[in-house]
Ligand binder design. Structure first.
Ligand SMILES: [Zn+2]
Length: 419
C-alpha cells in the first residue's frame, strides 16, 4: 500500500491524500487552497473520492472532476453543503475572473456523482466512515486493505459543542497501521471550552455597555448557525442582555434552513426542538444598511476578505467603542482581519484604515487541540502516524508529544510513504 500526500502537507488548505493498493486507488479529500481557486491540480482516475466534510479546503477541487464522472463518497449533509459552497465559489470567482472555467452546472454534476454512504466496498478494500465532530456531517475514514488498517481523521473535534457531539474515539478502530491525523492545533493547548465561552460573553457585554457595535466574522457553514444559537440561547437564559443581533449571509441563511430540516445530525437537545435554528433574538438581514445600531452582527466572510464582514470592518474599525470578535484561531496571512489584529491597520483598495475598535480572538474552535490529539494517539495506539493539515510548527509540537508512542511522519507535499 502506498500513501501519497498530494496536498495539505505542512500547511492548511488543499487537502488531498491518495491511498493506492494493487487493485484500487482512492483519494481522501479533494480540497482547494484558500488563496488559489483553480490552480491546484491533483491526479485523477481514483476509484472513489472520500470527502471528509464540506469545507472547501477539503472539497473545493471537486469541480475539476465534474466532467469525469467520479465516484464521490460522503455524508448527505456534506453533499448538500459542498454543492451549495461550490455554487457560491463559482459565483464569486466568475465575477472576478471572466475566464473562470467552471459554471453552476459543474457543481450540480458533483451532486449527481455523490454516493451518500457510511460503508463502501471496492476491489480488495473496505471503507468505513465514522462521525468526526468538527462540523455537521464530518466523517473520519477507515480503510481496510491488504491486511492493513488506515484511519484518516479529516478535521475532527473530541469535545461537544452547543449543537454537535464530539467524535467518539472509543468507536474508532484500534491499533491502525497508519493514522493520518490533522495537526491544526498540534502545538497548542486550549483553555476548557466553558471558560472560553464565558470569556466570549464577557467581551460582548463589555462592548454592549459601551453601546458599541460588535462584529463577529464567521463561516457560512456551521460556525454561523452555532454562533447564532449560542447568542440566542444566552439572551433567552438572561446571560446576555437584549440587543439588536443579526446574521447577514444569504448562503448561511440557506444552510440554516437545511439544518432545520436535518436535525438528526445534531445533539439530542437540538433534535428535540421543533425548529432549532429558528432564533427568537437573532434576525436575518439581507443588507448591512438594514442594521439598527448598536448591534451584534454575525456575518461572512470569516476572514474579512469580502461581503458584509469587510464592509462592517471598514465602517466600524475606527470607533474605539466597537469590538471585533474573532473565534477562529487560524487567519490566512493575506486576510484583512489578520493585519487588523497584528498591525492595528489594514489596506482596502489602496486606503489604509486604522483599527481603534477592540479586537479579541477567542478560539471557539471545532478542531482537536494538542491534549485531545495526544489522548487519541494514546487510545488508538497507531503503529505510524502521518501528520497533515497543520503548519510545520504545529506538527512538530505534536510530534514531540507522541513520538514515544508511535512512529511519526511529517511528509512534504508530493511525498509517498510505502507501508
Ligand atoms: Zn474543516
Amino acid at each position: 500500500m502506498k500513501i501519497t500526500i498530494h496536498g495539505g502537507a505542512r500547511e492548511i488548505g488543499g487537502s488531498c491524500i491518495g491511498v493506492q493498493t494493487e487493485y484500487c486507488k482512492v483519494a481522501l479529500d479533494y480540497g482547494t487552497k484558500f488563496e488559489e481557486s483553480s490552480s491546484n491540480q491533483f491526479p485523477d482516475g481514483f476509484d472513489a473520492i472520500i470527502i471528509s466534510h464540506a469545507h472547501l479546503d477539503h472539497s473545493g477541487q471537486l469541480l475539476s472532476l465534474s466532467k469525469k464522472k467520479p465516484v464521490i463518497v460522503g455524508s448527505k449533509i456534506t453533499r448538500e453543503v459542498t454543492v451549495a459552497l461550490l455554487k457560491d465559489m463559482v459565483k464569486v470567482q466568475s465575477q472576478n475572473d471572466y475566464n473562470y472555467p467552471y459554471f453552476k452546472h459543474n457543481a450540480n454534476a458533483i451532486r449527481e456523482h455523490w454516493w451518500v454512504r457510511d460503508y463502501v466496498a471496492l476491489p480488495g478494500m473496505t471503507i468505513k466512515l465514522h462521525p468526526a465532530g468538527h462540523v455537521a456531517g464530518a466523517r473520519m475514514t477507515s480503510i481496510h486493505s491488504e491486511n492493513k488498517q488506515v484511519l484518516y481523521t479529516g478535521d475532527f473535534c473530541v469535545h461537544d459543542s452547543e449543537i454537535l457531539e464530539g467524535c467518539n474515539t472509543k468507536a474508532l478502530p484500534k491499533k491502525p497501521d497508519v493514522l493520518i491525523a490533522e495537526s491544526t492545533y498540534g502545538g497548542k493547548v486550549r483553555s476548557p471550552r466553558n471558560e472560553l465561552v464565558d470569556e466570549f460573553f464577557r467581551q460582548i457585554i463589555d462592548a454592549m455597555e459601551r453601546k458599541g457595535n460588535i462584529l463577529i466574522p464567521t463561516f457560512a457553514f456551521h460556525r454561523s448557525q452555532e454562533m447564532a444559537k449560542r447568542i440566542d440561547d444566552a439572551i433567552k437564559k438572561g446571560l446576555l442582555p437584549r440587543y439588536n443581533v443579526y446574521t447577514i449571509s444569504n448562503l448561511a441563511n440557506k444552510i440554516t434552513d437545511y439544518f432545520n430540516e436535518n436535525k438528526d445530525c445534531f445533539t439530542k437537545r437540538i433534535q428535540q426542538q421543533k425548529q432549532p435554528f429558528k432564533y427568537s433574538h437573532v434576525k436575518h438581514l439581507y443588507r448591512t444598511d438594514q442594521i439598527e445600531e448598536p448591534a451584534v452582527v454575525i456575518c461572512t466572510s470569516g476572514f474579512g476578505h469580502a461581503g458584509a464582514s469587510l464592509r462592517l470592518l471598514k465602517d466600524w474599525a475606527e470607533d474605539e467603542n466597537n469590538s471585533i470578535l474573532l473565534t477562529s484561531g487560524y487567519l490566512p496571512p493575506d486576510s484583512p482581519l489578520r493585519s487588523a489584529k497584528e498591525e492595528g491597520k489594514f489596506r482596502n483598495n489602496g486606503d489604509e484604515i486604522l483599527v481603534k475598535a477592540e479586537i479579541e480572538q477567542i478560539e471557539l474552535s471545532g478542531h482537536a487541540d494538542q491534549l485531545e490529539l495526544v489522548q487519541m494517539v494514546k487510545e488508538l495506539k497507531p503503529k505510524r502516524t502521518i501528520l497533515v493539515h497543520g503548519d510545520i510548527e504545529q506538527a512538530q509540537g505534536l510530534s514531540e508529544e507522541i513520538e514515544e508512542m508511535t512512529e511519526v511522519w511529517i511528509p512534504e507535499k508530493g511525498e509517498t510513504i510505502a507501508i
